[in-house]
Design a protein around this ligand. Structure first.
Ligand SMILES: Cc1cc2nc3c(=O)[nH]c(=O)nc-3n(C[C@H](O)[C@H](O)[C@H](O)COP(=O)(O)OP(=O)(O)OC[C@H]3O[C@@H](n4cnc5c(N)ncnc54)[C@H](O)[C@@H]3O)c2cc1C
Length: 458
């Protein structure tokens, strides 16, 4: 393992100052204080230094210096990871936020994306050509961490997860070597990068397949939380047979102050069905009808819109700077008992900002053979994310206990593997969340690609 650096030694500092072209942020500097912030305010870590690399060459230089001076390294993409896996105390933090360029090749339908890009960088560049690929539900999420953890989004049931659209990854390894990983080059590394959660190198560039998607038919239906069990059952049954162009979610939440929702409902527990249809718009109403006519909707707000607009609509609900604790669970089939428990929880969420998201997989996600990538959820049809959120640090410990308790109550019938994008600190290392066989394979790859343990385990 790399040795603990303590404060950055003067020789290491001098080397960084002379060889790295990007910004160097050090403790005591206000830019360092801002640079170490994460989306989740309860992640409070102090790296020895933050290096905002300009390009792959800068990443290589930084890794050489880290090796020479025995410094452990962490990598930061969009900084959204709720467990704070992109940052650690007393490490050299390679921050990719200056590497956000996206080049779209419309004819070959490929996007070249730098390792620090955010999803809105990709969505906007692709939309100019009427193209898209599977990206995050909140567009400020980093492409890097999202993709390394699998990457679930509105288009996944048609086109697969983000990793299923990944054609190549350009990687700087711990020893500074620059390699390309694909099904033909370093296929073992490529396997690990697709769902293994990172920690094997710095991905400086991703190449994604794009697809023609301009418009979607999308929106939400809001109902009283008392109808949560009915809506969850209807959603589960509908999704088992749903066409690939459909992707949806049920959110149990206190009603946000939506302008088209009667103000009397604002702040009250509701169940929101979020629907996205990316197929032929003419058939949208007929396909979605079973999910819209059930129960007693307070608001049914759906219609055609540009996909890129839909991709930005949820951003406002996920600002950075709040305190979060998440738990995730997946099922081959969501049991009735879990539905009843979740429905009861909808009326007593841990805090006013907390949410429960019930999402589905299947479609193109399920058609990729499990052994082809490190992603461990191919057989899951439903996953549930318990999203504990508060503005107030003092509310965090009791909120966390309530989220944990709810998680225990819905564990019956769940898969023994986790979706790393939604796991939190106490869920342990990503490799161990993917099942014993993948954990072993990832460990062996770590030995091969990072024998000195330069990268802090994720
Ligand atoms: C508001 C919000 C919405 C989300 N929505 C979705 C969603 O719809 N679907 C979904 O699947 N997930 C979603 N997530 C989860 C998200 O994908 C993960 O938290 C992911 O880890 C975030 O990636 P990041 O680059 O922003 O985070 P970071 O914290 O920067 O990084 C996360 C991990 O990836 C590594 N990493 C990042 N970039 C690179 C790189 N270029 N090279 C090597 N390692 C790298 C880091 O070292 C760290 O281990 C959401 C998260 C939030 C906060």
């Amino acid at each position: 393992m790399a040795q603990n650096p303590g404060p950055l030694q003067p020789e290491a500092l001098k080397a960084l100052q002379s060889h790295v072209r990007g910004e160097l942020l050090l403790p005591g500097d206000v830019r360092y204080a801002i640079g170490r912030r994460c989306w989740n305010a309860s992640v409070d870590r102090k790296p020895a230094a933050i290096v905002r690399c300009e390009d792959a060459e800068d990443v290589t230089q930084t890794l050489h210096i880290a090796t020479e001076h025995g410094l452990p390294v962490t990598v930061r993409g969009g900084g959204h990871n709720v467990a704070g896996r992109g940052i650690a105390d007393e490490t050299l933090l390679i921050d990719l936020s200056r590497m956000r360029a996206v080049a779209v090749h419309a004819e070959s339908r490929v996007a070249e994306v730098q390792g620090g890009a955010l999803w809105h960088d990709v969505d906007l560049a692709a939309a100019r050509c009427g193209l898209a690929t599977t990206g995050g539900l909140v567009s400020s999420t980093g492409v890097g961490g999202f993709t390394l953890g699998g990457g679930a989004g509105w288009l996944m049931r048609r086109f697969g997860l983000a990793i299923d659209n990944l054609r190549t990854a350009s990687v700087v390894l711990a020893d500074g070597r620059f390699v390309r990983a694909s099904t033909d080059e370093h296929p073992d590394l490529f396997w690990a990068l697709r769902g293994g959660g990172g920690g094997l190198g710095v991905v400086t560039g991703f190449e994604f397949a794009l697809h023609p998607v301009r418009q979607v038919y999308a929106g939400i239906v809001v109902r009283p939380a008392e109808e949560a069990a009915l809506i969850l059952r209807t959603f589960r049954d509908f999704t088992m047979e749903a066409p690939d162009a459909f992707c949806g979610m049920v959110a149990l939440i206190h009603a946000p102050p939506l302008p088209f929702l009667d103000a009397a409902w604002h702040g009250r527990p509701v169940v929101i069905t979020v629907l996205c249809w990316s197929g032929d718009l003419a058939s949208a109403e007929e396909v979605l009808a079973p999910l819209r006519r059930v129960g007693s909707p307070i608001v049914d707000h759906l219609g055609p819109m540009p996909y890129v607009q839909w991709q930005h609509l949820q951003d406002v609900g996920a600002p950075s700077g709040r305190h979060h604790y998440w738990k995730t669970t997946s099922y081959r089939s969501l049991p009735d008992a879990a539905i009843e428990t979740l429905a009861a929880a909808a009326l007593a969420l841990p805090t006013s900002l907390s949410e429960i998201h019930v999402q589905h997989l299947g479609g193109a996600v399920a058609r990729v053979p499990a052994e082809e990538t490190a992603f461990a959820q191919r057989d899951a049809t439903i996953f549930v994310n318990l999203i504990g959120t508060t503005q107030w640090p003092e509310e965090f410990p009791p909120m966390r206990e309530r989220v944990r308790a709810l998680h225990d109550r819905i564990a019956g019938g769940s898969l023994q593997r986790l979706f790393p994008n939604f796991s939190d600190r106490d869920d342990g290392r990503v490799a161990d969340q993917l099942g014993p066989a993948s954990a072993k394979r990832l460990q062996a790859l770590r030995q091969r690609y990072d024998p000195a343990g330069r990268f802090t385990p994720t």
